[in-house]
Structures are given as structure tokens and as C-alpha cells.
Design a binder for this molecule. Sequence first.
Ligand code: TRP
Ligand code: ZN
Length: 889
Amino acid sequence: MRTEQPKTIYLKDYQAPEYLIDETHLTFELFEDHTLVHAQLVMRRNPERVAATGVALPPLVLDGQQLELLSVSLDDVALAPADYVLTDSHLTLQPKAERFVVDSSVRIHPESNTALEGLYKSGGMFCTQCEAEGFRKITYYLDRPDVMSKFTTTLSGEQLKYPVLLSNGNLIASGAEEGGRHWATWEDPFKKPAYLFALVAGDLWCVEDAFTTMSGREVTLRIYVEPENIDKCQHAMDSLKKAMKWDEEVYGREYDLDIFMIVAVNDFNMGAMENKGLNIFNSSCVLARAETATDAAHQRVEGVVAHEYFHNWSGNRVTCRDWFQLSLKEGFTVFRDAEFSADMNSRTVKRIEDVAFLRTNQFAEDAGPMAHPVRPDSFIEISNFYTLTVYEKGAEVLRMIHTLLGAETFRKGSDLYFERHDGQAVTCDDFVKAMEDASGLDLTQFKRWYIQAGTPRLAVSESYDAAAKTYSLTFRQSCPPTPGQKDKQPFVIPVELGLLDGQGRELPLRLQDEEAATGGNRVLSVTEAEQTFTFVDIAEKPLPSLLRGFSAPVRLSFPYDRDQLMFLMQHDTDGFNRWEAGQQLSVQVLQELIGQYQRGEALALDQRLVAALRTVLENEALDQAMVAEMLSLPSEAYLTEISEVADVDAIHAAREFARRQLASALFEPLWKRYQANREQSRQTTYVAEAGHFARRSLQNIALSYLMLSERPEVLAACLEQYDACDNMTERLTALAVLVNSPFAEERAKALAAFAEHFKDNPLVMDQWFSVQAASTQPGGLERVRALMEHPAFNLKNPNKVRALIGAFAGQNLVNFHNADGSGYRFLADIVITLNGFNPQIASRQLAPLTRWRKYDASRQTLMKAELERILASGELSSDVYEVVSKSLA
Ligand code: TRP
Ligand code: ZN
């Protein structure tokens, strides 16, 4: 056995595979202490490669890791060790003909697989996770997405322990074996890459439903869960049916198999996986009912169920040629699920949430050491590239194409893409080409969004000529350097805008060389480093409403003063920009407080923010979810992201000061709206629907402000809500508010009661851990350490790691960034431990330490020292090695 070092893979080195696998026949024999996998691969030379490499047959290099090879044969002739080369990552054979069959048998150990990649056990069940390169931990194979094969899978196991045996496609045969075992054979009629393979065996129950497709075919829908969760599947099932219908209506895409299955598992590295016909989900993204899941969790279930379902076309029927093209399926599918959620709930609120998330987290990634383009050009470990950039910025790129083409032309483009590439493994260029061909637009320059990393800055200035009645906007774009990319070319930046008059009405928009005005809202394409647009017939100096709906993922700046922002908050015809104006006003006010704190001055809140939020709060005609969004001050993480050097303590002090001031100045209207909404909540049973989400979101943010008053009537209300509500949204907010309050006795009582009541529900206990991990009360690290000893905590379970460690390092900034470095040391220790059994999770938990350049010199030193310590800690996975080494570079 030779050991191969982790090395950098480059997009420019891509070559089509030398061999193809037409058919894949798999047999799994599942036992408690090992599993036997037999694979029969019906192969042939790739005709495409003959021209390139000549007629001589190149060696066949199969991927395989952590496999114990028991036997291998070529066209039924058993091979001796001298006939092949075996390393810890490959099995190399020499084919003797253009067409041949490889048979191999391996032994693997799912029962001790803690990395949760390949075949593993979660609780008592077997399941798989093959994306991106997990299939090679199951059998020797060409584990790359451009090798697509027809799979037949037989699995066998103990009847009593594993009554349910599933794989992709249709069940074609099953039966009993001697010794209490049984078997099932599944056949997937669609060719697919190995990363979409899935297998499940367990003692599962399912809820079943049906969906009739637009062409009249009946599809069986099943959600499989552990028996105790059978009462938590209805919301996911409803979401699935809505998603199937939406994809037919909006994209003309119909489901293609006779059965669609979802399986919920408790141990899962990510949210969910779109395996063909057999999606495997983190239970947190399936299970939801009023008593145990919050509104946010219900919306996440709806979004993730839709996301994985949508992959059946954007990902499975048309897949990626190589992993550099990941955003081809992920960016597109996130865009699709975001539009679905916008259609199911409140469009503006969904956009606000997504933009706040993008600007806080993806912008930080794009400004950090792991910055990479939407289509990366190199990686060491592909698992590290399932990033906010590939997913969320990738979705923004799709949104911009949609904006530039318009909905109708975009649909022509997607139809063309699906038709042209059905059954193929393609590139981002192929996608853009379909959009170009459908629209007649040249998207050459636009494609820089795929190639250049970093968040562009877009500085806008105005000039008004009263005599000529012209109003000009000048746009200057620039993009900071990112690792490996110094100079950037200008992007195509779609800027949706309107110009408002003194009454807040949209002015008709006519550019200098245009015949007539075309409405009050339009999209300008900014394509140059500096570019001016001049509007004519503008009788008074307008106030611009820029980048409406966040039409491009850029850092926009325009010299608004606070009065103008207040005006936009009230009058902008674009709901998203009303919120955005409020955020900009808050940022200005908070930055002023941060400065006062740093200079040791007394803090004084600009009363205009109070006035603006009072107006919002008193406007009963506004969507309550919008009121809640507007009342939410920018998070500490966002304030960190937009700081040159983030002063953790000043940011926390300033924001808390502002919250307290707002709470006391606005006590009356907050109390009024809280009571009205809580009363309505008392009168209604829980419904997972936008209007109800809105009511509860306003109620809950009001409660969190009100508690800052520490008044006894608010404490009483909070305890009433905690005890008497019928749903987790109200209960968890009441608990969180208590946890962050000085009422130590009530807090302890509520935490204990909660844990006692929900101790057998791991997803609810995740919430319990998170609420405490995120509490900014002093002593955060000690609390987290103590919680790690709680019987419900388990470092091997990714949800628990995220709930406790992730929430602490990612949301509890004052405690994590304690100046003594204890938070950093703690996280580094955790990463070193996780690296030993789950590299993907280890590498993801590392992210907060990679942001060291954001902090003061002393924190920088401490953070870097911890990264150095991880690097020196011994045998690092390629996952952790890549992130640590790039962060220190
Ligand atoms: N393709 C999955 C999605 O829908 C992502 C995913 C699930 C994944 N599990 C994974 C990626 C494990 C890497 C490793 O977004
Ligand atoms: Zn996805």
C-alpha cells in the first residue's frame, strides 16, 4: 500500500474519463460488524478519449478508500495481486479490450464510520451519503460526476432489525433468506453519477401520499422516519406536494419515477441530499409540528424539501461535469427554492432574510482567506467548497440572469437548458450558453461573476441640473483583491431603481437618448468601471431608491443622510428598500454609538431612530412580519462584517445600549402590540402559514425588547407565554428571553422544565443547547463546557455540535472573542478532536477562526496561534488542512 498526499486539483486539468460504466450492479450484505459489497461494472472505453490518446488501452484507475479488497476479476478471470496496483486511494487495472466487465468484492465497516460519508449507521439504521466523493468509500469505482451509469442494487439484512430495505428507483424484487434475513432489489432506470446513489436499511415507519403529475401519472410519495417521529411528517409531505406542483407550473418540470422517497436520519453532515428517488435528510429538515418545531424550522423544512426535490431536474437529470461546476446545480437550485418560498409565503420577507444572511456570512467568506469564485478553479478537498459562495452567491448570479432576461425569457432559457442537456453532465458555461441562445443576449462579460471572487463595491453619486431638468447617477465599481486574484475586470451589475419625488411618488424614467419614459421602476446595467446615466424631464431633485430587491450582490454606497433614509423607510414603493433604508439608518446610528464607546464618551442614541421605529410600530396597516424585520437591529455579526477592524466589545455595548433605549422609549406601543398578538395566539391553534408567522414574529421581537425593561408585568407575560402557549415558536422565544434576562431563578426553572419535558426529543434539545450557547451573559464558555457534559450532548452528532459549539462561536461574539483567548483555545481543541472522526464537521466549525484579520492585533495573535496549533497537532484531514493552511497563508 502506498499513501498518496492530498494535492491541489485544478479545473484547467480536467479531462474526460478514459472509460465509461454503462451498468452498475451492486450487492450489499449488511451485518453488525461489517458489510460486504460486490460490484459488477459493465464498462467500455470512452470513444471521446480514443481520438486524444490513440488506440492503445490506457490503464483503468478506479477510486477507492478505506476498502478491504477481497477479490477482483476482469471478464470473469480472477486477478492476482501482481495483476493490479493497489494504493490507499486507487485500484489500477489493465483492460485487455474496449469492452469488459469488472467484478470486485470489498469489506467495509459502516458500524464504525464516524465521518458520516459513504455507508454508515445512524442510530440503528444503515444509510449513505455519497456526494461529493463518498461513493469511493463503498466500492472501487470511477467516482466522478461525468461517469453516469444505470444502477441495480440488491441489499440484504436481518429482517427484524432492518424490515425496510431501500435504494434508488423502483423495487423490482424482494424475498426472504434463511437465518432470518431478507433482501430487496431496486433498479433505477435513469443513468446517474455515483454521488446520487443511496441505500437505506432500518426499522422505519412511513407516511404515504400520492401526487398526480401534469401529464396524469400517479406518483407514490413516502416519508420514512423512526417510529416515534411518525407524527411529525405532515408538514414535509405538504411541502413536497407544493414543490412538485410549483416546479410544474413555474418551470414546466414533471417528476419522472413512480415513487419519491424521503428518509430522515439523525446523524447527517449537512441539511439533506438529493439522491435519485431516495432523498436522505437530516431529521432537522423533515420533522416539524407545532409543539416541537419553530416557525423558522417549519420554513426551513419547506425550503429544504423543495430544494432537494428541485434537484431532480437541476442536478440529477442534468448534472455537473466536474465538481468545479457545483454551482451549476446548487446556485440554480437555491434560486429555485428561494423563489418557491417567496411564492408560498411573503416574498419581501424572504428576500430580506436571504439578503441579511448573504451580507453577513457570504460577504465575510468573500473577504476572507477562503474566498473563491462561484466556479472555483482549484481545491484540495471538494467538501470544503459546499460554501455560501457556491450556494448563496451562486443563487444571486442566477437571480441576476433572471433580472436581466425577464421571467419569460429566463423560462425559455431554462427549457432550452433542460432539453438540450437532459441526461448529460455539463458546465456553468453550458448553462449560460442556453440562456444566451434563448435570449439573444451576449453574456460574455456577465460570466465574470462565475470567475472572479470578492464582493464588488458600487459607489453611487448624483448630480441634479435644475435648469436642464436632468438628474445623473454616476456608478463606480471596484472589487478588492482575493487570494490568487489581484486585478478584477468590471462586472455586469443590474441595478434596479426608482426616483422618488417629495411625496414619495415614483417619477417616470426616461434616459437621455430615449424617446419616452418607461414607467417608474427599471433595471440599469452597469458594465463599466465608471458609468453615468442621465435621466431627463426631472422637474425636482429626486431621491433615488437604488438596488431595489438587492438586484446584485454588491456593497452599495450612496451618501444618504438620516432624514432621507427615514423618508425612504416610510415612502419607498419597494418593500425591500424600505427595510434596507431602516437598516442603513440603524447602521449609521450604531456606528456613531460604537465611536462614542471607543472614545470613552457617554452613549447618546440619535432620537430619529426611535421616531422612525415608532412610526413603523404604530402603522397597523403594515405587514406584521415587515414590522418585525424593521424592528430588528443589524446583528453583531453584520456590524462586524462591515467594520474595517471589528471591536467586539464596542459593537456589543452599542447595540445593547440601542436596544435598551428603544425598549424604554417604545415601551407603550411594543406592549400594546405584544398583548394584542399574544391574545390572538391564545385564541388560535397553531398554523404554519405566512400570516401566522408574521403575527408571532412581531409578538416575539416585541417580547424580547420588552423584557429589557425588567418590569414585573413583562416577566409575568413572558412566563405566561412560556407555560400556556401551544407551540415551540412562542415557547422557545420565551425561554430565550428568560435566558438572556437577569431573572436567574425563573431562567433556571424554565430551562430545567424544558429539558425535562423534551429530553427524548433530540431536535428540541438542540434548540435548548443553542439558546444557552448564544446567551451573551458573562461566563459563556463555562456554560458551554458544562453543557458538553449534559447527557443529551454528543460530539459525534453534527446537529449537537452545530447547536452548541457552532452557536457559541458563531453567534455569541462577545463570549467567543473574550480577550483572554479562551474561546479560541476551546474551539481549536474541539476542531482537533473532531478532525479525528469527522473531518467535514471539523473543517466547518473552524470558520470563525479563519476570520482573524478582522480583529485587533492582540486577538489576531491569539487566533493565529490557535490555527498554528491545529496545523501542528498531528495528522490532519485534507478538509482541515486546506482551511487552516489557507487561513495562515
Ligand atoms: N447536495 C446537497 C444539497 O442539496 C449537499 C450535501 C448533502 C452535501 N450532504 C452533503 C455536500 C455532504 C457535501 C457533503 O445541497
Ligand atoms: Zn443542493
